[in-house]
Design a protein around this ligand. Structure first.
Ligand code: GLA
Ligand code: ZN
Length: 675
């Protein structure tokens, strides 16, 4: 595998962030200072123009790009490259005044007033036309600039619009999807229920808050449509940029596990995946280690959308944000650890929101590299500059990628379906948390894992974990069978294969679509436990695993019983099974058993699959990046105590130390070992 640098022009990792000189045009002294300080901090990139429309085009048809090209020139002369945003993330007032149809309509049918951001109607032809116009002007001025390394499309796409135009597009989308045959849609959505049958696609409204909120099929298609429409809009920007500047790659900044859009669909249109990472660290509901592990899950979800190349950490806060419930600052040393984690997971950038704190408005107290104090001797500035220097020491790793032999199936579609289940308990469905807990166990075993959609293809992995795969997409069950046949280790849990892509239940037993055969079990009932209820699974070796939240009663047709329930009316019946089938194994875990026991099962699967694992102290996160025959191992101490990691060999590029045996990592420490 060859190294794939995202930015051939740039030496080393991209280090920079959002820079808003247009807010400081009356302060040339500060703009001058910015460049000096950026160089001190080892910054080599600036993201410009994210919300600059009202400065680019102060009134319709009047343009001002000089400040932008001056800034790009100045940065470039100083070795700093530009990631240039299209300004469609927020609209100038003149636009909304003249073209109110560009503003979004909410789920009660009310048109928004002007203001805020990220609230345009994605279907609006006027909005698209105005965006196209400003992009053309932007490209005329800056598209050929030697400092331009990437397009940043709009900003943090999100939300929904219920305007008449969007409703019409939704109806057309549905008509297309259901072959113009309303009876197909009625059947797929089970519309005879509560007399919900439609006569025509023109009768279908989106799920208005005071309208149809009881149709699961409608809900799900509305979410899929919103992704489709947002992607369609995004593609209109991309198409234009590709025509005008075909050689410049495009990205848009995702928001991690944001629930409103299926990012996997959008990622297909992008050259590079990038995202904004703002975990609430040092919180009171989980340990610091757990917070970091969860953030690792998010990184890997992003990385796995384009596995063959690095991703970008487009935004992060070196100190703090201003929108969490409690805006705690990152403790000393955490900025470095957090940034190293992004690189360890496969990012080739560390970028911030933002370079300099603004003086006023909504984000005046949001952290930045440069504070209102304005000096280069603040704690945060020094930490950023320290990182900047260290990035230089590990620049050899740019363009390398992480390879995983295990995969976790985690889907937006499946998540939407689970969230909409009328049943179980809304407090304990915890689909994402469950997936994170599983990822965490693999991380603790030092086994690299990709996090992919169930229909991304998983035949090339050795281990596949499919937690709560409630909705089966077409072909997934067949692929699971083929995967186990070729020797794969597969694990599914309670709540697998209840419904198809329209959320119609499978008949003849869960898990449906033929999976009862593969796993050799049929789930007959699912019991929802109160938090104070108690049950446990007794394993054949005498060990006991606690059970929380969910327990299925299973009929075993053809599988080994690994554990049985210990309490309740289903005491003694199977809780966990495994079926050896052809060259592989299909595990079925019928209840939410403890993480510790899950880890033991994963270890057994790894051993059977011949997948290497590591003995890591609790709190140590490990990743390996490779390409061109080079290997870089990242060790992160996501804890406050010193840790000793055994069996490490190579040179720690961060301090030049040769390790042969034990690697000592202090509080929040990190090492990058070249093999
Ligand atoms: C998002 C946006 C930025 C900024 C930050 C604040 O990521 O993209 O413009 O508002 O949040 O955390
Ligand atoms: Zn709309």
């Amino acid at each position: 595998m060859e190294k794939k640098s995202l930015f051939p022009a740039v030496k080393g990792f991209l280090h920079g962030g959002d820079y808003n000189p247009e807010q400081w045009l009356d302060r040339p002294d500060i703009l001058k200072e910015d460049i000096k300080m950026m160089k001190k901090a080892g910054i080599n990139s600036a993201t410009l123009g994210v919300f600059s429309w009202s400065v680019y085009e102060p009134s319709e048809g009047k343009y001002n790009f000089k400040w932008l090209t001056d800034t790009m020139d100045n940065l470039y002369k100083n070795g700093i490259y530009t990631v240039l945003a299209t300004p469609s993330g927020a609209r100038p007032a003149w636009l909304d005044e003249k073209y109110p149809e560009a503003m979004r309509v909410d789920n009660y049918g009310h048109r928004n007033h002007h203001g805020f951001r990220h609230n345009h109607c994605m279907s609006s032809p006027v909005y698209r036309e105005k965006v196209e116009n400003i992009i053309k002007k932007l490209v005329e001025c800056a598209g050929n600039h030697p400092g331009l390394v990437m397009w940043h499309i709009s900003n943090e796409f999100g939300g929904e619009c219920y305007c008449p135009l969007c409703i019409k597009r939704f109806q057309e989308y549905l008509a297309d999807k259901f072959d113009n045959d309303i009876s197909k849609l009625n059947h797929a959505w089970w519309n005879t229920f509560w007399s919900h049958n439609y006569n025509s696609f023109g009768q279908i409204e989106p799920p208005f808050a005071n309208g149809e909120i009881t149709s699961l099929g409608l809900d799900l298609e509305w979410k899929r449509f919103t992704t489709w429409n947002m992607t369609d809009y995004m593609k209109s920007e991309i198409k234009l940029l590709k025509e005008l500047t075909p050689e410049i790659p495009v990205t848009t900044n995702f928001m991690g596990l944001y629930g409103g859009l299926d990012y996997r669909v959008m990622a297909e249109e992008l050259d590079v995946v990038s995202w904004d990472s703002y975990p609430a660290l040092h919180n009171q509901w989980e340990t610091f280690t757990e917070s970091m592990e969860n953030n690792s899950f998010d990184h890997v979800t992003m990385r796995s959308m384009k596995k063959d190349k690095p991703f970008m950490l487009m935004e992060s806060a070196p100190g703090l944000v201003n929108w969490q419930q409690y805006n705690k600052v990152k403790r000393p040393g955490v900025h470095r650890l957090f940034s190293m984690q992004a690189l360890a997971c496969g990012s080739d950038t560390v970028q911030y929101f933002q370079w300099r704190k603004g003086r006023g408005s909504f984000e005046q107290y949001h952290g930045a590299v440069t504070d209102h104090l304005g000096t280069d001797d603040t704690r945060i500035f020094k930490e950023v500059a320290g990182l900047g220097a260290e990035l230089g020491k590990i620049s050899k790793a740019v363009g390398t990628v992480v390879k995983a032999k295990a995969a976790l199936l985690y889907d937006w579609d499946n998540r939407w379906a689970i969230e909409d289940i009328k049943g179980l308990s809304n407090e304990t469905k915890k689909y994402t948390e469950t997936c994170r807990d599983i990822y965490r166990q693999f991380l603790r075993l030092g086994i690299e894992m990709d996090i992919i959609a169930s229909d991304s293809g998983f035949m090339d992995y050795d281990i596949v974990i499919a937690p709560m795969l409630y909705m089966l997409r077409p072909g997934v069950a067949d692929e699971m069978k083929a995967f186990v046949e070729k020797g794969g280790q597969l694990l599914a849990t309670y709540l697998t294969g209840y419904v198809d892509i329209n959320q119609l239940c499978y008949l003849g037993g869960f898990p449906g679509d033929g999976l009862t055969g593969l796993f050799g079990v049929t789930s007959e009932e699912i019991d929802t436990l109160y938090p104070s209820d108690h049950n446990a699974a007794l394993f054949k070796d005498g060990s006991i695993a606690e059970i929380k939240d969910y327990a299925e009663t299973l009929r075993v047709n053809d599988a080994k019983v690994l554990a049985s329930y210990m309490e309740d009316f289903y005491k003694g019946t199977p809780a966990v099974t495994a079926r050896d089938y052809k060259k592989g194994t299909a595990y079925y875990v019928g209840a939410r058993i403890s993480n510790e026991k899950m880890q033991e099962i994963f270890l057994e699967m790894a051993e059977k699959a011949g997948v290497e694992h590591k003995e890591l102290p609790l709190g140590i996160e490990y990743h390996k990046r490779t390409a061109d025959g080079e290997t870089y191992e990242f060790y992160l101490n996501n804890s406050e105590e010193t840790k000793m990691v055994k069996n490490v060999t190579g040179t720690n590029l961060l301090n030049g130390e040769k390790i042969n045996g034990v690697l000592e990592l202090g509080k929040y420490g990190a090492a990058v070992i070249e093999l």
